[in-house]
Design a protein around this ligand. Structure first.
Ligand SMILES: Cc1ncc(COP(=O)(O)OP(=O)(O)O)c(N)n1
Ligand SMILES: Cc1nc(C(=O)O)sc1CCOP(=O)(O)O
Ligand SMILES: [Mg+2]
Length: 210
């Protein structure tokens, strides 16, 4: 059973100058279970080289590595999977050509979108966004905890949540049934990335009592 509990997305625009690779290492050292490389600006060659380095770091730390949007780079860098949104290549198409154990994660704004993603072969869905966020320009308004509970009821695959999650609301997200919390600024924008990741991981563990 894969563990998506603390899912950290790297972002060099929100990171106080730290690189994707540094962020990945620091977050992994803090207990992140998943690292996602998400970058809309790098050229493909640079994104590939960055993905190669993060792939090695994640393997060393036994952490899942997901690449956002780019299945070509995910495969080439031997990442564990790709994350796609409603506007990206459909999960059903990806499933036809990726290796059997390759993870496909899908953003979903509603329980209906989550159900569609599950039928298309997604390994997890992420309620996107659960709360308002300024870290993604086109995220839209937070869908709220009730939509998270509906999504959890609707599908059998893991349901994560992303958007505006921080130390003050992560317990609520996990208590509502989320199988993982995906974050950018609550970890990546902090002075001590490792400590921020460790702190969120502790909060998740406190809720689960494990
Ligand atoms: C874990 C996770 N959830 C949601 C997203 C958002 O993906 P998407 O809708 O494709 O938007 P972009 O991130 O590509 O701007 C994500 N990346 N990761
Ligand atoms: C990458 C991303 N996707 C979202 C979606 O709703 O699809 S919200 C988001 C940004 C999350 O950043 P923070 O943890 O700083 O709010
Ligand atoms: Mg995308």
């Amino acid at each position: 059973m894969r563990d998506y509990s603390l899912y950290v997305l790297t972002d060099e625009h929100l990171s106080r100058g730290k690189s994707h690779v540094e962020l990945a290492r620091l977050a992994a050292e803090g207990g992140a279970d998943v690292i996602q490389l998400r970058d809309k600006h790098l050229e493909s060659r640079q994104l590939y080289e960055t993905a190669l380095e993060i792939s090695k770091i994640c393997r060393q730390h036994d952490v899942l590595f997901i690449v956002n949007d780019r299945v070509d780079i995910a495969l080439a860098a031997k990442a564990d999977g790709v994350h796609v949104g409603q506007g990206d290549i459909p999960a059903a198409v990806l499933r036809k050509f990726v290796p059997p154990d390759f993870i496909i994660g899908v953003s979903a704004g509603t329980a209906e979108e989550a159900l569609r993603a599950e039928k298309d072969g997604a390994d997890y869905v992420a309620l996107s966004p659960v709360f308002d966020t300024s870290s993604k320009d086109d995220a839209g308004c937070g869908r709220g905890i009730e939509e998270l509970k509906k999504m959890k009821q609707a599908v059998s695959i893991p349901v994560l949540a992303i958007g505006g999650i921080n130390k003050d609301n992560i317990k609520e997200v996990i208590a509502a049934g989320a199988d993982g919390a995906a974050v950018i600024s609550a970890v990546v924008s902090q002075e001590d990335v490792t400590a921020a990741a460790a702190s969120l991981k502790r909060l998740i563990t406190e809720v689960r009592g494990t």
